[in-house]
Write a protein that binds this ligand. Structure first.
Ligand code: S3P
Length: 450
């Protein structure tokens, strides 16, 4: 598990053109949900293309601990024999969700309306992150929780034996919180209503409908109003997990800043709640095209072609797009360093409570590599130096955050001097094949101890 093992210092050296095809792994959000909804269904759910990263493997272990039969068949193929809505058994031991906020928050939601207790923990990063955003709404269903000060893990949740349905307006843009409330609502009688002012990734809604739940979504003046009818029988499904646009972001951004590059990243889901980075990159003048646009499993999909783009310009990123690219700001800030002028990113307070405080972690690392950054509570500005002018040469702290580590590895590909991170081990949480995949394209990544 990341953060529990030996750190892996890594360096990325300036490299020649990146060329070829980047087959990135399955979507992390959809992978977690496939295992969890499979565990809450009746029958055998068959999953292909599951992301076999540490975060998702921790969720698989957790689903076994709650009584589901989760079997790995190799090559991303998994089956889950579920226990049905409300059928979770009490785990015999503490549930360790590793580095994964999605895992722990969604699972807390699932068990909050069953008459069992469970204790959750995680690594040093997860145990710092706020959980009141989930324990507040699940208390409305009747669940109780006791954790460390500030609502931190480790934490025990005592599920509500007689849950009541709730109406809850999510106070921050968070798909994890929205999903936790919906999953809790599954085992409450009657209708649970969740309102979000800003649309966040909608995989839970789409997948619950796919598994047979009665769920409606209305766009109103209040925001997106999601209504779920409780206590459905979820039916096992066949799921083909699409590839992760958040992982695609790394080879795409690397190609855009590295001279001579031309990289194809096939089969990427372009669900509008996830694709904000690609729109932003195009606005900055990136040579990024969608090829072979199509629909798969009800989702827009395309092959992305990213080419070296020497004339990037800084822009003000539309804050209305923040939720649709929230995980991509770290790597965007690297691209912004290679653009001419300022890139202004506003309305991004949520970045401060991710696997790390991502504004702080990136600002510190960018400065170490010769790039100026200004920051406030919910905004930051990267002062781009233009192509060929980014010094590099810094060793950055990855702070147990996979996306911070990968972002600085991308920076090293096109900076004047190599860029290092103190620990690349967190990359395995979401993108275990990152080093090999980038090396095949032509990147020069080395593990410093080897
Ligand atoms: C996720 C939601 C987002 C995102 C995370 C995955 C999900 O977090 O940052 O990587 O799968 O629901 P928030 O819910 O905190 O916005």
């Amino acid at each position: 598990m990341s953060g529990h093992g030996t750190p892996i210092p890594m360096t990325s050296r300036p490299c020649g053109p990146l060329k070829g095809e980047a087959n990135v792994p399955g979507d992390k959000s959809i992978s977690h949900r496939s295992l969890i909804l499979g565990a809450l269904s009746v029958g055998e759910t068959h999953i292909t293309g599951l992301l076999e990263g540490e975060d998702v493997l921790d969720t698989a272990k957790a689903m076994r601990a709650f009584g589901a039969d989760v079997i790995e068949h190799g090559g991303g193929e998994w089956t889950v024999h579920g226990v049905g809505v409300g059928g979770f058994a009490e785990p015999e031991n503490v549930i360790d969700c590793g580095n994964s906020g999605t895992g722990v928050r969604l699972i807390m939601g699932c068990m909050a309306t069953t008459g069992i207790s469970a204790t959750f923990t995680g690594d040093a990063s997860l145990n710092k992150r706020p959980m009141a955003r989930v324990t507040d709404p699940i208390a409305l269903f009747g669940a109780q929780s006791v954790g460390r000060s500030g609502g931190r893990l480790p934490m025990t949740i005592v599920g509500a034996a007689d849950p009541v349905p709730v109406r809850y307006e999510v106070p921050m843009p968070s798909a994890q919180v929205k999903s936790a409330v919906l999953l809790a609502g599954l085992n409450a009688p009657g209708k649970t209503v969740v309102i979000e002012k800003e649309a966040t990734r909608d995989h839970t809604e789409r997948m619950l409908q796919g598994f047979g739940a009665e769920l409606t979504v209305e766009e109103t003046d209040e925001g997106r109003v999601i209504t779920l009818t409780g206590q459905p029988e979820l039916k096992a499904q066949k799921i083909v997990v699409p590839r992760d646009p958040s992982s695609a972001a790394f080879p795409v951004c690397a190609a855009i800043i590295t001279p001579g590059s031309d990289v194809l990243v096939p089969n990427i889901g372009l669900n509008p709640t996830r694709a904000g980075l690609f729109t932003t990159l195009r606005e900055m003048g990136a040579d990024l095209t969608y090829e072979n646009e199509r629909e798969e499993g009800g989702e827009p999909v395309a092959d992305l072609r990213a080419k070296f783009s020497p004339d990037l310009k800084g822009i003000e990123v539309d804050p209305a797009r923040a939720a649709s690219m929230i995980d991509e700001y770290p790597v965007l800030s690297v691209v912004a360093s290679f653009a001419q002028g300022d890139t202004v990113m506003k309305g991004v307070k949520e970045l401060r409570v991710k696997e790390s405080d991502r504004i702080d972690a990136m600002a510190k690392g960018l400065r170490l590599n010769g790039v100026q950054v200004e920051e406030g509570d919910d905004w930051w500005i990267v002062k781009g130096l233009g192509h060929g002018n980014v010094p590099g040469g810094g060793t950055c702290a990855s702070e147990l955050d996979h996306r911070i580590a990968m972002s600085f590895m991308v920076m090293g590909m096109a900076a004047q001097k190599p860029v290092s991170v103190d620990d690349g081990s967190p990359i395995a949480t979401s993108f275990p094949i990152f080093e090999g995949l980038m090396a095949d394209l032509g990147a020069q990544l080395v593990r410093d101890n080897h």
